[in-house]
Design a protein around this ligand. Sequence first.
Ligand code: CAA
Length: 258
Amino acid sequence: MAFETLQVSTEGRVGLITLNRPEALNALCAQLTEELAQVLADFQDNENIGCVVVTGSKKAFAAGADIKELQAGTYVDLYMHDPFAKTWEAVSRFSKPIIAAVSGYALGGGCEIAMMCDFIIAAENAKFGQPEINLGVMPGAGGTQRLPRFIGKAKAMELCLTGRMMDAAEAERAGLVSRIVPVDDLIEEVMKTAASIADKSLPVAMMTKESINTAYETTLAQGIRFERRVFQSQFTLEDQKEGMAAFVEKRTPHFKNR
Ligand code: CAA
């Protein structure tokens, strides 16, 4: 399927989505968000896809919502026809593993989309921030909720209240990114990581993701109970039998995703 604001490709069991509006530093216009939701729905249904990578250009992952489109918005329009809700749901509820590969600016909605992914691998030149306050608004796609969960209240408050950017090293220290790689190696490194995830049992990877996400939504006791039930349920999977047999027989497991 051809998209105007995205490049989409697959490599083995990995789906790669490249945001592609270089003239606007990948600002998230209505068309881009619509296309992103569509391609994620396709990857969700495609049983040959086991992991997805979202990336941008070297200069910008995404510089936020498209301010030129948003400028004339009214409360009632945004409330009645929320242009983003479908896409934010499509990313945050995507049930297969999804990685953000961030080079350059990840600002506003760009930082928020990256945080909706399961983890972020950053290039050395990455810059994260929630500069919405400089536009007379606040983050509106999860920034005030996810950022404090990931980097703590003090840093989240400072970033959202000043609008300042955080470089890759600070983002890694703060726990926002899982690791930093050289700019020119970003895609290769992230695709390697994604391929290693896509080689695992997909239902087990999906359950692992669901269980970790549950940690952000429940008490510890509820989360532990959820994890235990899901772990026990995995003993109904052929992949559990295969994975453990392969270990005992000193061979590589061949998972069937069932
Ligand atoms: N929306 C629309 N267009 C954007 C944009 C955005 N978020 N960010 C950059 N652009 C456009 C610029 O207008 C410019 O276009 P023209 O050449 O037609 O003027 C082009 O992209 C290149 O940008 P700059 O010339 O500004 O590039 P720079 O290297 O000098 O600066 C930057 C880069 C610091 C990222 C700067 O572009 C910038 O501050 N962008 C806006 C960042 C921002 O405020 N993001 C938050 C958006 S609101 C939001 O996201 C709400 C939400 O929570 C959902």
